[in-house]
Design a protein around this ligand. Sequence first.
Ligand code: GLU
Length: 451
Amino acid sequence: MAVADHVDFPTFMEGVKRRNPGQPEFVQAVQEVAEDIFDFIADKEEYHAQQILRRIAEPDRVVSFRVCWEDDNGNIRVQRGWRVQNNNAIGPYKGGIRFHPSVTESVLKFLAFEQTFKNALTGLPMGGGKGGSNFNPKGKSVREIMRFCQSFMTELYRHIGADVDVPAGDIGVGGREIGFMFGQYKRITNEFTGVLTGKGLEWGGSLIRTEATGYGAVYFLANMLAAKGQDLVGKSAVISGSGNVATHAAEKIVQLGGKVLTLSDSGGFIHDPDGITQEKIDWVKAHKTHRRGRIEDYCAEFKSATFTAGKTPWAVPCDVVLPCATQNELNGDDAKMLVANGCIAVSEGANMPTDLAGVHVFKDAKIMFAPGKAANAGGVAVSGLEMSQNSGRRSWSEAELQQMLKDIMAGIHERCLTYGDQGGGYIDYVKGANIAGFKKVADAMLAFGVV
Ligand code: GLU
């Protein structure tokens, strides 16, 4: 037996840091998973001998490319694009595309790594991938966005395919951008296939894909509460973000009888003590998505609210929390404040919004804490259903899809219980999600031998 087969956790993490210099987000995501997996595999010789964790933490490939485009003033602009194909042991690579100035190789590697476990948890046959660019859509005209999307796809098309790698949306990439990219893919390849998800309903998209991530995060929250004999009726919710995930999470909280107190964007957060009703959510959707406005404008429209510039909403006392903006938006001090203010449950609508210190605070306080890879899997799950509908050349009804989404979220909750139930009424959902997601991918990798 080679010595390297049984490295301890600190030595393993040292290796990850050494091999991924300048990639803190990726190292953080690996550490959060490895903390649980080391315990789980302690007595499982085959996972050690086959170096499974080491192999999952090394992407199958990282494709990096130049994206040139011309802005409305005739200037030539140069961006960097990537597709990280992390693991395809249980299905084609699957995961979104992010356009945001904060995108780096580290961010996309962390997202592709997380996606691998998330997709496994859905129970659907999807591997993990992620892509994107440091392109900033803010302030760009629709024509500029179209030209960028076309240029991005002109390189990406050779690396993807309905049975190879199926991208979707993420931050900065919604239905409009998917349309531009799908149009360019179709133009280059002359193929109409399910190569992207999040498509428009007229051209192969699925009902409820838009709502699925936010709704799913609330279904997961409701499942956690139900396991303790509770529900959302009368519960106050603090939500960050104001995009697709946040607004649909807010909508489902309201439908299930809860009261939404906050929403936010990069400029700050609004606090509406009267509650953000469906009518107000509809206004936010139109303002943010169609008018590309700022959340602070909410206060001019609805006088009951206040705006706090440059801050996250975690100081507002509440029963439940849904971080739905971006990675590392909630730190250890925020987590302590939330626990001290009586928060009983957190369901992550974004990917890795809680940093490592925050995760440890929630775990130590033994509150209900659902990590993104479990709680926000509803989006990619309905993407998986979109792939099935495309392959079968059919469309399911809204009622069928709503039921499938609910069932999938309940199934993920069940899978988390298998390894997360710590006895004494405490469920460690981080551990449950990490181990259940890992085991499915790891067992597939074992079947394939050393490849
Ligand atoms: N970007 C979403 C996520 O983080 C959705 C990915 C997909 O639908 O493929 O899960």
